[in-house]
Ligand binder design. Sequence first.
Ligand code: SAH
Length: 374
Amino acid sequence: MAVDNVTPVPAGEQAARMVNLLGCDRAGLESYLDELGERKFRAHQLIKWIHSRRILDFNAMTDLSQALRSRLEACTRLALPELTAEHQARDGVRKWLLQLADGIAVETVYIPGPQRGTLCVSAQAGCPLACSFCATGAGGFNRNLNTWEIVGQLWRVQQILAAEAGTALTNVVFMGMGEPLLNCDNVLPAVNLMLDPSAYNLSRRRVTVSTAGVIPGIARLARESRASLAVSLHATDDALRDQLVPINRSYPLARLLEACREFCALRGGDKPTFEYTLLGNVNDSPAQAQQLLVLLDDLPCKLNLIPFNPYPGARFRPSTAEVTEQFQAILIDGGASVTLRRTRGADIAAACGQLTGRVQPRAKRLQPAPTALP
Ligand code: SAH
């Protein structure tokens, strides 16, 4: 007779195995409640308590029956990571560390504006992609974040903002640490909660998933979510893009642009945004601006130019103001819809590509980076 099944499980471990309702979107909660023999509309009530009212005590959820509350108390948990180590930049940008249970930490950045408040969330601890101009990629990769660790970033920041009665959180961009479309199974439910009217109720145009070009993930985002898409382009030919964004070797430009066209078609004309970080003397020539126009000629899209944000050990430098202006002017003259991103939070290393969190260094990482891409 096997004795394994009678080995007592320590209480802490038992709690960790219980389903964490913070990571369940509406569909996930409905199927869980169905298993319990409960009515599906309870999912709406639970989501409202957990994400909108930010109540984590089942006993305070007064529109649920006492029996259901006791059952949830016994079988589930509501756990989310803490935000610590806040830094505030001179321009009002705030950066926190999100402490994860396994001793690692990722960064989350809040960018307040006069009309909106944008949260820049992380999707992975570190990043396996190693883009050559990004500090996160240089630090190695530990693991994917769970849905509750992604949505926990919103939950915690909402709580801080509500207490301060300052600007509200209106936008979310997946431009923190990691590649969100290598973590679709956890990112897509998190996006669902961000858009859910009973949870965070954000407009689908104000939740943007940014990818270095993971084609299968773009297809899933198009079909399984309503959020917006941003694609990190950074180069107009495969030879340079292979160097800057090495995932291009698996998903080259022509196929990437085809996936973006399919995204537009499936979404009834939703326009992706192409991000283009200007690297001095690397991808910022007038000829490259012209090539960009040709490349995107038949694709309805927006272009976002990003000034390169330096970090210790970086091999690149920003384009000069004149070169940036000229590059942008060529695109505008060519009829493109272009914006130039203003660098925010640079004095606390909170700008694009400067986030490093506290991940295990490459040599000690908990999990090897995936060698085969989907
Ligand atoms: N993995 C996602 C999210 C990355 S961060 C992606 O690749 O899209 C968001 C944007 O910042 C990306 O376009 C990324 O290429 C860019 N970026 C990375 N490092 C940068 C740096 N040092 N300066 C400016 N932009 C950078």
